[in-house]
Design a protein around this ligand. Sequence first.
Ligand SMILES: CC(C)(COP(=O)(O)OP(=O)(O)OC[C@H]1O[C@@H](n2cnc3c(N)ncnc32)[C@H](O)[C@@H]1OP(=O)(O)O)[C@@H](O)C(=O)NCCC(=O)NCCS
Length: 181
Amino acid sequence: MSAPTIRPATFADLPAITAIYANAVRHGTASFEQDPPDEAEMKRRMVSLLDGGFPYLAADMDGALCGYAYAGLYRTRPAYRFTLEDSIYIAPDRHRRGIGRALLEALLCESQARGFRQIIAVIGDSPTQAPSVALHRAAGFTIAGTLAAVGFKFGRWLDTVLMQRALGEGGDSPPAETRRA
Ligand SMILES: CC(C)(COP(=O)(O)OP(=O)(O)OC[C@H]1O[C@@H](n2cnc3c(N)ncnc32)[C@H](O)[C@@H]1OP(=O)(O)O)[C@@H](O)C(=O)NCCC(=O)NCCS
């Protein structure tokens, strides 16, 4: 089995990224969206992340894009500016080949290098998202809590699990105030 190559995502990746995310929206509960965004909307989101200085990564395997991950602000109020939320999606026929782990590890490195101090995973529908919980736990995240019945999709209530990991010195030292307020 070949190893994934992790690299910065580009606009050329948008068709594949849009398709992977659309599948997750239509058939899964990792995302609380109900209608898959089209490629133009996915491009708007990518531009917004890249313009904001956030990491957006792609994984290639056997010459094709097989997953992507990005981190954006956890919340937009200024005091949250050192805290990220991650998103990671792997093509369904490529699960369990180490791609998610490689993407998440690279995303953590990129996030830390950019001066962020905390990263949070908001994992929807915790009972069916055991792979995501396990992936984040393997990358050093710990469970911060569960929000019960905060989503409603496919005719049922969904919980979210919050997982958190410090980046670099986390809360042990003041941040470098290079990020815009
Ligand atoms: C969650 C997801 C990103 C994992 O990606 P992946 O490439 O399949 O994961 P990896 O093969 O890199 O696995 C890394 C570790 O995660 C855990 N893991 C991944 N899939 C798992 C599963 N089905 N069951 C249990 N543990 C699992 C394991 O600890 C694994 O390490 P191991 O293989 O050494 O045991 C993938 O299942 C996915 O895209 N799911 C749908 C979207 C989603 O839930 N995204 C997360 C949103 S927060």
